[in-house]
Design a protein around this ligand. Structure first.
Ligand SMILES: NC(=O)c1ccc[n+]([C@@H]2O[C@H](COP(=O)([O-])OP(=O)(O)OC[C@H]3O[C@@H](n4cnc5c(N)ncnc54)[C@H](OP(=O)(O)O)[C@@H]3O)[C@@H](O)[C@H]2O)c1
Length: 329
């Protein structure tokens, strides 16, 4: 008999999530029925979407939402053999039973020397977000200047590197000097610490005096107010996230942006990465190839121990991670 441990969301978050908002529970799993598989999670992902989506999709007391890389321990479904690795959306849980729906196998050509956790990061959802959001919505051309914020994170660090692969100049902002060092290491041309610059407008101007062709938006709020004013004519903006606003209890108001969009003739489009679901294999193949060729570098911020999952989630929202925030069993 297997006992699954799971983290539940005790109450909806008010402001920043707090330790008392989470509770660890244990549940004995029943024997498998025909067609079912038992999986054990080895890596979990904590992502910013869990903050806004938990409000929309979870009831108080539900297991926290999220994805993992899990291994099949026992199988009564021949399509999912024992030992196989899958990306699943089973929530913050150590073990779970699945009928196979929604289990995504790691690609068959997954290199032995690559950590399987990359299927939750550079070669998984965050990498695909960077890949499709940048290439399909910002449409970067050689020589363009690409701006990305939360640049040292899971998505942002991939956006900047794809921009470089495509022959662009990459400008990134992040919240610590260690993160700026990381960004320089992975090839960003210009970087600044948005927390310590005296003026966002001046920092943006200094990094690219002629403005920006593409802006990959992860943060929103005051950063966006400053960046929108420095777009070039016909600039393209992909709105991927708005993390600076996720913990707001009362929605923030800001400058009205229509004049910037109008007079510079900008195109701004929000997206959720699942819109490209049918193209995920294509994106994943390309990301893996760039990783294998050394063109795409990855960094993981690993937290050891399932019991530390809430701390890892709260830390990621506060900016403790460089690269992808991962929890390892
Ligand atoms: N649209 C989609 O389908 C999709 C998919 C995946 C992710 N996203 C979005 O993409 C963004 C990045 O996600 P990720 O998974 O790559 O997370 P991440 O960047 O690895 O981690 C979050 C980072 O956000 C930064 N941050 C937190 N509060 C901030 C604030 N008030 N102002 C500026 N930066 C702040 C922190 O870095 P600093 O130290 O730099 O502050 C933190 O490390 C998020 O907005 C997320 O919601 C969207």
């Amino acid at each position: 008999m297997v006992v699954a441990k799971s983290w539940t969301m005790v109450r909806h978050f008010e402001g920043a999530p707090k330790p008392e908002d989470f509770k660890l529970i244990e549940k004995e799993l029943p024997p498998l029925k025909d067609g079912e598989v038992l999986l054990e999670s080895e890596f979990w992902s904590v992502d910013p979407y869990m903050r806004p989506y938990s409000k929309q999709k979870l009831k108080e007391g539900d297991v926290m939402m999220g994805s993992q890389v899990a291994r099949v321990m026992e199988s009564k479904n021949p399509a999912f053999p024992v030992g196989g690795y899958y990306v699943a959306y089973a929530g913050w849980t150590t073990h779970f039973i699945s009928d196979g729906k929604g289990l995504a196998p790691l690609p068959s050509n997954w290199p032995e020397n690559l950590p399987k956790s990359l299927a939750l990061g550079a070669a998984g959802m965050p990498g695909l977000t960077a890949y499709f959001g940048l290439l399909d919505l910002c449409n970067p051309k050689e020589g363009d200047v690409v701006l990305v914020n939360a640049a040292a994170g899971a998505v942002g660090s991939i956006v900047g590197q794809i921009a470089k692969i495509k022959g662009c100049k990459a400008v990134g902002s992040a919240g610590s000097d260690d993160k700026l060092g990381f960004l320089k290491e992975i090839g960003f041309d210009e970087v600044f610490n948005y927390k310590t610059v005296s003026s966002l407008a001046e920092a943006l101007k200094k990094a690219s005096p002629d403005g920006y062709d593409c802006y990959f938006e992860n943060v929103g709020g005051k950063f966006a107010d400053a960046a929108l004013q420095q777009m070039k004519d016909f600039g393209r903006i992909a709105v991927c996230g708005a993390i600076s606003l996720y913990n707001d209890s009362v929605p923030s108001t800001g400058p009205y942006i229509q004049p910037y969009i109008l007079f510079k003739q900008l195109r701004m489009e929000g997206f959720i990465v699942t819109r490209w679901q049918d193209r995920f294999p294509e994106g994943q193949k390309q990301l893996l190839q760039w990783i294998i060729e050394g063109k795409l570098k990855y960094h993981e911020h690993i937290t050891n121990g399932f019991e530390n999952m809430p701390a890892s989630f709260m830390g990621m929202l506060k900016g403790e991670n460089i690269g992808k925030a991962i929890i390892k069993v």
